[in-house]
Design a protein. Structure first.
Length: 254
């Protein structure tokens, strides 16, 4: 996070989260900051945010860069938090009910498409169809910014940390499912990896998965600022997968 220059973006987002009453998260500390750095957002951009939910990123982009934001979800009720955020900081964005696998927008409508920890929850071929839709609605040279879980490929219902369907990608499926049949090319691909450190290995050996302890203990709710230390101490961004548990991608439409 430090080496890749994400810290300034994280700090601004952290400050905004406090205003919005939105908690910080071990993984989103990195994912959100990656999006903000590599998105190259501009004042005249028109951006589409997929499955916005409680994310502070759409409001941040609107306030910090002046880009126009369209936040969508398959259930309009899930965007109530975005409406509240806009009221708290006096900004505006379009909120729409849309199915990411069948977007109603015209070809080339957007400069940026953002999907933070979203498409892995689309069952069947939903992730494939959605990314093809992202490619279709992007302008030429526009950017698609994605984050997904990474590891051994699997599709599971109701993992311990999430109530619903989730897909975890390996490198082969990352390319096969998210790039085939599109005009998208990888600009930047980074992985959330554990640091190579004897102390970290010893903690895992004695205590088990530190992230699982954190979430199952509800510390992400009762003391979310602990996530800062865990993010900085237990996550390293790498250019190659190395026991990695997340992938962050900036894709460009050619």
């Amino acid at each position: 996070m430090l080496r890749h220059g994400l810290l300034p973006y994280w700090y601004k987002l952290y400050s905004l989260n406090k205003v919005l009453g939105h908690r910080n998260d071990i993984f989103r500390n990195v994912e959100d900051s990656f999006i903000l750095k590599y998105g190259d957002f501009k004042n005249n951009d028109v951006c589409l945010d997929i499955g916005s939910g409680e994310s502070a990123v759409p409001v941040f982009i609107r306030q910090e860069f002046g880009s126009k934001i369209r936040a969508i979800d398959i259930n309009i009720d899930c965007l109530a938090t975005q409406k509240k955020y806009c009221s708290l900081v006096n900004c505006s964005m379009d909120l729409e009910e849309q199915d990411a696998t069948e977007l109603t927008y015209s070809d080339g409508s957007f400069d940026k498409v953002i999907a933070i920890s979203a498409i892995e929850h689309f069952p069947g071929d939903g992730d494939i169809r959605s990314v093809r839709e992202f490619s279709r609605v992007l302008k030429r040279n526009g950017k698609c910014l994605l984050t997904v879980p990474f590891g051994c490929y699997e599709e599971v219902d109701n993992p311990w940390y999430y109530s619903g369907f989730e897909r975890r990608y390996d490198l082969d499926n990352l390319y096969a499912r998210l790039l085939s049949g599109t005009d998208l090319e990888i600009e930047t691909l980074l992985f959330l990896s554990p640091p190579e450190c004897g102390f970290v290995d010893e903690v895992y050996e004695k205590l088990g998965n530190i992230f699982e302890l954190y979430y199952k203990g509800n510390y992400h709710i009762t003391n979310d600022d602990l996530s800062i230390g865990l993010t900085l101490g237990w996550i390293e961004l790498t250019e190659e997968p190395r026991s990695s548990f997340g992938a962050l991608a900036s894709l460009v439409k050619r």
